[in-house]
Design a protein around this ligand. Structure first.
Ligand code: E4P
Length: 225
């Protein structure tokens, strides 16, 4: 499962890249708004820092299909190779996805709350569809199950599209989808930091170091022996 950072703050992105095995960055208009700077300035900086090989996802704003296509073309011109254009999966978005697929522009179908949206976006030519796991849970549904079902619908119908599960609130949701073989997950830095935070592990490591220092001397390491 590919792992992406759902954030547009370059300092946070750098920190996540330093510590975690990540494959790229996803943004949405609300995430960009938090940076309080011109959107393309922020996105270009992210692209420059993560490099041309990493995945970068940026969303269109226009409401009609033709406008979405024009937005998508600008996004790709600005951000280059390995850019995925996020298109909301509604009626206009499906039309735009078909048009963009014909132009060879890769689409991530976003704002996905239902299995039907996921299947339709995949069939229209999206490379990824993004079920909003936590937001589905908040509506009384089961986000993880919806994501799994979309994954199955795509596979069983031989549709060359993966899920890019989004909107997570905890490690368990991400872990369950990794176990299921989901294509990708995008996770906010705070949820990603929770993947590995574990005081029991910290205690075990402390005990090993303390025993070693008892054997040798305080502050001693293998290299310093
Ligand atoms: C990503 O594509 C989504 O826009 C994002 O994950 C939504 O997350 P939120 O529900 O935490 O806003």
């Amino acid at each position: 499962m590919r792992l992406l950072i759902d954030n547009a703050n370059l300092e946070l992105i750098k920190q996540m890249y330093e510590y975690y095995p990540v494959d790229g960055v996803t943004t949405n208009p609300s995430i960009l708004a938090k940076e309080k700077r011109p959107p393309f300035e922020v996105l270009r900086e992210i692209r420059k820092w993560i490099g041309p090989e990493a995945d970068l996802h940026a969303q269109v704003i226009a409401r009609d299909a033709e406008g979405m296509v024009t937005d998508a073309e600008r996004i790709c011109r600005e951000l280059g190779e390995n850019t995925f254009v996020k298109i909301p999966v509604n009626r206009e978005g499906l039309k735009a996805t078909k048009l963009l697929y014909a132009k060879g522009i890769r689409v991530t179908g976003t704002a996905v709350y239902t299995r039907m949206q996921g299947w339709l976006a995949g069939k229209a030519g999206a490379s990824y569809v993004a079920p909003y796991v936590n937001r589905i849970d908040n509506l009384g549904g089961c986000g993880v199950q919806t994501a799994k079902d979309i994954h199955d619908m795509l596979r069983k119908n031989n549709i060359a599209c993966d899920i890019l599960a989004a909107s997570f609130k905890n490690s368990q949701q991400v872990q369950e989808l990794a176990l299921y073989g989901a294509g990708a997950a995008t996770v906010s830095p705070d949820v990603m930091e929770g993947f590995i935070r574990n005081t029991t592990v910290d205690s075990a490591v402390d005990a090993f170091i303390s025993d070693f220092e008892g054997l040798t001397s305080p502050g001693m390491t293998m290299a310093a022996l």
